[in-house]
Every structure is written in C-alpha cells, then in structure tokens.
Design a protein around this ligand. Structure first.
Ligand SMILES: C[S@@+](CC[C@H](N)C(=O)[O-])C[C@H]1O[C@@H](n2cnc3c(N)ncnc32)[C@H](O)[C@@H]1O
Length: 205
C-alpha cells in the first residue's frame, strides 16, 4: 500500500510544501507553546506539520506508509532536530496508549480503504492521546469531492457529522466543514474538496 500520493512524491521534492496546516497554527495559538510536547503526526507526508512543531520544541513521531514521502521529508527537513521519521501503516502500528500530547491526522483518514478501518484508526489515535491532550483532524468528507486531479484514487468518505460524532466525548475547540480549492504541483489541475477540520481536547477522567 502506498497511501495514494506516490506519483506526487516521485515527481516533486516537496509535494505538500512547507507551510503548516491552518489548524496546526490554531493549535499552537491555543496552547501557547509546544516545547516538550510529544506529538504523533500520523500520515505526515513530507512532514510540513512535523517540522513546524519540532521547530517549536516538540518531539515528533512523523509516521507515513510511503517510503517516498519519508525520503523527501528527511531530505527537505534534514536540519530540523526533534523529528523521528518512521515508515509504516498506521493500521498495524503498535501505538503507545495515552502517550501523546498531540496527535495530528492531516489528510490521512480519507486514504484508508474502508469506513470500518477509518473508524478503527480514529479510535487508535484517540487511545494514543494522553488525557487533556489534543487531536488535530483534517480530512475529505462526503459533501463535495472533485477527484480529477487524483486519477485512480478512491477516498473513503464519511460525513462531517460522522467525524464530529466520533469526538462527542471530547471537548471540541473548533470544527468546520469548508471547501478547499487547490492545485497540486504535478498536474496543476484546479479542484475542490469539502474538508472536515476538527481540533478537540480529550476530556480527562
Ligand atoms: C493527503 S497526504 C497528507 C500529508 C501530510 N499530512 C500533509 O498534510 O502535508 C496523506 C498521507 O497519508 C499517508 N497514508 C495513507 N494511508 C496511510 C496509512 N495506512 N498509514 C500511514 N500513512 C498513510 C499517505 O502516504 C500520505 O502521505
């Protein structure tokens, strides 16, 4: 399994760019400092979010199923300390329980092959988060997907309400269902995705 983006990783040295995701910046503004935080960036790609948080003093496990993504990330962010790059499938990974201060899944969840596996991964990411820790989720949802820029890619789509419901027992600090219109560097085709974004805090019991 490649994760669906290997053509882009093969054609471009840094397919997703270096600017962190908007919700990662919201998280940083919310917490003030990430110094000393343990972070899991699940489906990190080339690590734009991992590198931003590591630059702020976090220790980041940057995890992706794509060998090419990790190779590009290691090369592009070679000088950034605090990133532990790992190749693996998040569905098989033995994640530590209640360990991470922050778990990020930016663009990962819709890549998973079925709704059942997607829901299972959400549960595993939640279990890997320590009490009072944060999850940052950004994913395609089922409202509007233009997939001409992603030939052969068939994402798994839940509704925005499904994602919000998955965090019903957490404190949801921010959630949105907005269109993202973008072009990718390997084919430059303009297209739009409806995106669920959720920043949530695990209620400590
Ligand atoms: C849309 S990209 C986002 C990359 C990065 N998070 C970013 O925002 O720049 C999704 C990433 O998830 C990875 N991925 C897909 N399925 C995966 C799996 N089962 N385990 C780990 N990573 C996976 C893909 O290889 C890809 O790099």
């Amino acid at each position: 399994m490649s994760g669906g983006y290997d053509d882009g990783y093969r054609d471009c040295p840094c397919f997703w760019g270096t600017e962190p995701g908007s919700l990662v910046k919201v998280l940083c503004n919310h917490v003030g400092s990430v110094r000393g935080f343990a972070v899991l960036d699940a489906g990190c790609g080339e690590g734009k979010n991992a590198a931003f948080l590591a630059a702020g003093g976090a220790v980041v496990d940057a995890f992706d199923v794509s060998v090419l993504a990790i190779q590009n990330g290691r090369r592009h962010f070679a000088d950034q300390v605090g990133i532990r790059w790992r190749v693996g499938d998040i569905r098989d990974s033995g994640l530590p329980q209640r360990h991470y201060d922050v778990v990020i899944a930016y663009g990962l969840l819709h890549c998973l092959p079925s709704a059942a596996e997607l829901r299972d991964v959400i549960t595993r990411l939640q279990n890997a988060t320590r009490p009072s820790g944060y999850n940052v989720i950004c994913t395609f949802n089922d409202r509007r997907q233009e997939l001409q820029a992603h030939p052969g890619f068939s994402p798994t789509l839940l509704s925005h309400a499904d994602y919000v419901a998955a965090y019903a027992s957490w404190e949801i600090l921010k959630e949105s269902d907005l269109d993202l219109t973008e072009r990718h560097p390997h084919n430059n085709l303009e297209h739009t995705h409806s995106m669920t974004r959720i920043l949530a805090r695990k209620v400590s019991l």
